[in-house]
Design a protein around this ligand. Structure first.
Ligand SMILES: *Cc1c(COP(=O)(O)O)cnc(C)c1O
Length: 468
């Protein structure tokens, strides 16, 4: 018998007993604790648990969050493994050599999946997410450029990186934090993605590299890595400049290998120096784990690598963080083992099928026009038809859906097309056909509601709904 129970027995007549009292009439629940200062005293763990649990309950329901790319479902075995390994620190490679070995296996599996021609000579690492992976990828490009320029006795003052205005915010951070000029290639109705068009106007001797996105955040569209590389081949033939590509495959690098195996976007293209992905997106692991793989050790400057001796050898390590959770790396390996190539194909194809079912049905609803269909990554966006209504906007529809629990963001397109508002759905494992049908019913109902309004809704809070 636990202490808690014996105490409760002895004090059945004592109405002040905090053990006996219902949790909601205990101090901390029935009274209000300070929120911005540490409380003076202690409370029972059950009470503290209840308070935090209940606040988190006020968040949106993660499974109905159709804004995020990040996993919101894993199976029971994964959850068990997670609970068993929450205490692993990834950096303690001496103490947890098996976790380190598993990390090594994971990026090699990815290198192979991405057609690296010589995995033994490749190099990679786990990260906290794609953002950190992109920082490392960008930094490697910068260091290479610097070394080359120094060897030629030329200035290293003005590095630039060529990228679409529709990149994820991590690339703006990279340019800002690591002091690289972003050379923005605008998107336009004719060029919704970076496709090599007029690339020669942006690339020069100070260009450290070009970013190609496999799965644009705004629309899910792929940038055609092969066409971008062909244009860079042309530029090299014309000018002698040899500019490498980093592929930001945060989403697409875990979809294309399974569902579009013929598409060449990876290490099959010589110009691709490095690729990142988010293990916690379509890698199907809870947040946060990301990955980056470089084509070969030559693509990763030695100046970025810190050498540790463990596992009996000399293991290179590189990362921005020191400590970070190791459990997600183990979960990634669990997923690779559990699903294999065929399992990943099935899961991703299932999401693509639901995305295309939803986009086809949404295209049939009067006001909407698709911007993308969900046939690259299972992500698609739509817009209001030109001149459909002044009474309501996609922001209003987003608000209405939120009342039903669905989180479906509306947001302006990237710079240059920012006047265009789009709405987007990310389909992840766990959005079943049934749930999708329920979402469609709610969507149709809310459109009818908005169409039947007598007066236009007030315009407020536009642009505040979008999370990259
Ligand atoms: C999500 C995303 C990122 C950032 O990845 P995190 O894992 O969230 O850090 C970078 N690029 C693209 C294209 C993305 O979709």
């Amino acid at each position: 018998m636990t202490k808690k129970h014996s105490n409760a027995r002895q004090t059945t007549n004592n109405t002040d007993s905090i053990y006996l009292n219902n949790v909601f009439v205990r101090p901390g629940e029935a009274t209000e604790l300070p929120k911005f200062q540490m409380p003076q005293g202690q409370i029972l763990p059950e009470t503290a648990y209840q308070i935090v649990h209940d606040e988190a309950m006020l968040d949106g329901n993660a499974r109905l969050n159709l804004a995020t790319f990040v996993s919101t479902w894993m199976d029971d075995e994964a959850r068990r493994l997670y609970a068993e390994t929450v205490d692993k620190n990834m950096i303690d490679k001496d103490e947890y050599p098996q976790t380190a070995a598993i990390e090594d296996r994971c990026w090699r599996i990815l290198a192979d999946l991405w057609h690296n021609p010589d995995v033994d000579n490749a190099i990679g690492t786990s990260t906290i997410g794609s953002s950190e992976a992109c920082m490392l990828g960008g930094l490697a490009l910068k260091r290479h450029w610097q070394a080359r320029r120094k060897a030629e006795g030329k200035s290293t003052e003005q590095p630039n990186l060529v990228l679409s205005t529709a990149v994820q915010v991590c690339w703006e951070k990279f340019c800002n934090y690591f002091e690289v000029e972003p050379r923005w290639v605008p998107i336009s109705p004719d060029h919704l993605v970076l496709d090599g068009y007029e690339l020669e106007k942006y690339v020069d001797e100070n260009t450290i590299g070009v970013v190609a996105i496999m799965g644009q955040t705004y629309t899910g569209m792929y940038e055609p890595v092969k066409e971008i590389a062909a244009k860079l081949d042309q530029i090299q033939a014309d000018t002698g400049l040899d500019v490498k590509i980093h592929v930001d495959g945060a989403s697409g690098a875990m979809i294309a290998p399974f569902c579009q195996p013929e598409l060449e976007w990876d290490f099959r293209i010589d110009r691709v120096a490095s690729i990142n992905t988010s293990g916690h997106k379509f890698g199907l692991v809870y947040p946060g784990v990301g990955w980056i793989v470089w084509r070969d050790t030559a693509a990763l400057p030695d100046s970025m690598v810190f050498h540790c001796s463990y596992l009996g050898g000399d293991m290179p390590t590189l990362a921005l963080n020191f400590s970070r959770p190791g459990a997600q790396v183990l979960l990634q390996y669990y997923m690779f083992l559990r699903l294999g190539r065929e399992g990943y194909r099935q899961v991703q194809q299932g999401s693509l099928d639901v995305a295309q079912y939803l986009s086809a049905e949404i295209a049939k609803i009067g006001p909407f026009e698709l911007v993308s269909r969900g046939d690259t990554i299972p992500v698609f966006a739509w817009r209001l038809k030109d001149g459909y209504t002044d009474k309501w906007s996609l922001y209003d529809l987003s608000d209405r859906l939120r009342m039903k629990g669905w989180l479906v963001p509306a947001y302006p397109m990237a710079d240059d097309l920012a006047a265009l508002t789009v709405q987007r759905i990310v389909v992840r494992a766990g959005l079943s056909r049934d749930l999708a049908a329920a979402l469609l019913r709610d969507l149709e109902g809310e459109v009818t509601f908005l169409d039947n309004l007598e007066a236009p809704l007030p315009r407020e809070g536009e642009g505040s709904h979008f999370h990259h």
